[in-house]
Design a protein. Structure first.
Length: 398
């Protein structure tokens, strides 16, 4: 059996010191040192074999954090792991304590095509760190070769009701293929459009009118949220299509990242696919000619298999069901604790499927620092991440 861990880590705006990423926002050297120190501690605690990072503005600071993590890992090993001369050095407890280094790991970075590079106008990208390396060149999905047109229909009418067009994603999707044991796993790291409203600046105006909070425009703000939701769901469908391409080729799939949809989980449903009903024999056929025209038992089995074959499983929900825990949250904002960071996996890792190649044994949530937007030890809440880190503990069957 081969064991490995895979984690998602939204670092919240990683960029070097004295560089303005959003308007009037930057880190002093002291603030950057605090953030890098905190990140190295979190990465050391995770000690994950595969890590998907979100909100990476530049690659160099991340590499510096990884190098510092290795330095601290060496110190931790020297302090806690007995050398081979000790008869007890093989005990399992020391294997669990041992830190594995990233010196030979590979890092894939996906910059954001919307990043102008200008102070105050930066846009974050993604990265994946893998101790197993990559089987192929990493692939970045952001500029769509064919624009995504989502046609709309008027209810009860045949007329064309227009369509929503998506030509570029707000942030990239990073696909890597990771060789683990005798398997190659297709891993997608994503950061879908945020819940922040998307407002349009009129020609010649200095800013969108909806951003003037002293002249609060409730309808305009709601329209901004609608635009953001449409974009987020469109991006979720682009990711879903890429996942289906991998599943159709027989590749095990894992999807991780910040889905940005904790309460209603529309984007999550698009990415994971629909869950099959227990029994389709009671359902009226699509081409029914009379009230008793239902699907047959053979069709019922076929439909459920077709749906289940391409459905992704939520690591969080599998863990809640297995451990009888009743809550997992990864963000806290405005008094609301929710879970927007996710790890999904194909049925290749579902032990209930007879063809599974592995399974998840545990699910860790590093959310002890979440205190409604601030870290209890941070000087200000912008330094630490406003997300918890999540990690799935996996085992592959021989």
């Amino acid at each position: 059996m081969t064991r490995f861990t895979i984690a998602s880590f939204n670092v919240k705006n990683l960029i070097g010191p004295e560089r303005e990423y959003y308007r009037f926002q930057s880190y002093t050297p002291e603030e950057y040192a605090w953030k890098a120190d905190w990140m190295a501690d979190q990465l050391l605690t995770l000690n994950a074999d595969i890590v998907g990072f979100q909100e990476i503005f530049d690659e160099a600071p991340l590499r510096q954090v990884i190098a510092e993590t290795d330095r601290r890992g060496a110190e931790a090993n020297a302090a806690s792991i007995p050398d081979p001369s000790k008869r007890y050095h093989r005990k399992a407890v020391f294997q669990k304590l041992a830190y594995s280094f990233y010196a030979e790991a590979e890092l894939a970075f996906a910059p954001n095509l919307n990043d102008t590079g200008n102070p105050g106008e930066r846009r974050p990208g993604l990265a994946v760190l893998s101790r197993f390396g990559f089987a192929d060149e990493p692939e970045v999905i952001q500029e769509l070769d064919q624009p995504l047109d989502i046609p709309m229909a008027c209810l009860g009418e045949e007329e064309d009701a227009g369509f929503y067009t998506l030509r570029r994603l707000s942030r990239p999707i990073l696909k890597v293929r990771v060789p683990v044991g005798d398997q190659v796993i297709s891993v997608f790291n994503c950061h879908l459009k945020s819940k922040l409203g998307e407002y349009i600046k009129p020609q010649g105006a200095p800013y969108p009118p909806e951003t003037v909070l002293t002249a609060y425009d409730a309808a305009g703000r709601a329209m901004g949220s609608l635009r953001a939701a449409l974009r987020r769901m469109g991006e979720a469908w682009v990711l879903r299509r890429a996942v289906l391409d991998e599943l159709d080729q027989g590749h095990p799939v894992m999807v991780l990242g910040d889905f940005n949809d904790g309460q209603h989980a529309v984007s999550s449903e698009i990415i994971s696919g629909e869950a099959p009903f227990k029994n389709y024999t009671w359902m009226l056929r699509h081409d029914a000619k009379h009230p008793g025209d239902r699907y047959s038992e053979a069709e019922d089995a076929q439909i459920r298999e077709d749906i289940d074959r391409v459905r992704l499983r939520s690591a969080e929900k599998m863990f809640l069901k297995r451990s009888l825990r009743d809550v997992v949250y990864t963000t806290a904002f405005g008094g609301v604790h929710e879970s927007v960071d996710q790890i999904y996996m194909s049925r290749d890792f579902d032990p209930a499927w007879r063809g599974a190649v592995g399974e998840m044994q545990y699910y860790s949530v590093f959310n002890d620092h979440l205190t409604d937007g601030s870290h209890p030890e941070a000087p200000y809440n912008k330094l630490a991440s406003d997300h918890g880190q999540i990690m799935a503990h996996m085992v592959l069957r021989g």
